[in-house]
Write a protein that binds this ligand. Structure first.
Ligand SMILES: Nc1ncnc2c1ncn2[C@@H]1O[C@H](COP(=O)(O)OP(=O)(O)O)[C@@H](O)[C@H]1O
Ligand SMILES: [Mg+2]
Length: 164
């Protein structure tokens, strides 16, 4: 049932779709507050991030990736997608999320002026250290982490990671 809803949502995606969140490689939409769908044009990237998210999930470091499937889009062609557990992420407010993580950043100005991107809270550092044990970590930042319903900080974007 969820797959049918996800397929319909993907089939009607266009670049004006405001209820989709996108980075460089993935597109994400909430189906329910706890279930979402991600699709990729790049099938190898979809397979890679799925496998890595699964490994991270088994260590409590990511939301659970669920069913994977293919879907035909009238413009984009065949896409690879998967259902996933969601995190609480602050859409479109990169700086707010960074601030939440750093706990001490007061403005976007400060962020850019002093490069405070690298100030991290303890929970962020612990997540980072655990991820490094499994992966060569890259592109980990406030936009690529979020909170599970039980309050755990986890990673959602594995596109720049490599498995050790
Ligand atoms: N499991 C998830 N729960 C909630 N939001 C997500 C989830 N996965 C991705 N997103 C949203 O989709 C965006 C793009 O996904 P991401 O995996 O970071 O792809 P990219 O590699 O393109 O940056 C994220 O920045 C976030 O807003
Ligand atoms: Mg990302």
């Amino acid at each position: 049932m969820s797959i049918e809803i996800a397929k319909e949502a993907i089939a009607s995606h266009n670049w004006e779709s405001k209820d989709w969140f996108g980075g460089c490689v993935a597109n994400f939409k909430y189906i329910t507050p706890s279930l979402g769908v991600k699709w990729y044009c790049n099938h190898r990237m979809a397979d890679k991030t799925y496998a890595m998210q699964k490994l991270a999930f088994q260590h409590g470091l990511a939301p659970e990736p669920l069913q994977k499937f293919k879907i035909e889009h009238r413009i984009y062609g065949t896409l690879k997608a998967y259902l996933t557990e969601t995190v609480d992420w602050i859409p479109g407010e990169y700086i707010t999320q960074i601030r939440k993580i750093a706990g001490i950043i007061h403005s976007a100005d400060m962020y850019y002026k002093y490069g405070l991107r690298y100030l991290k809270t303890e929970e962020y550092i612990i997540l980072e250290q655990k991820l490094w044990k499994l992966f060569v970590v890259d592109d980990l930042h406030g936009n690529n982490v979020g909170y599970m319903a039980d309050g755990r900080l986890v990673c959602i974007d594995f596109s720049h990671f490599e498995v050790r």
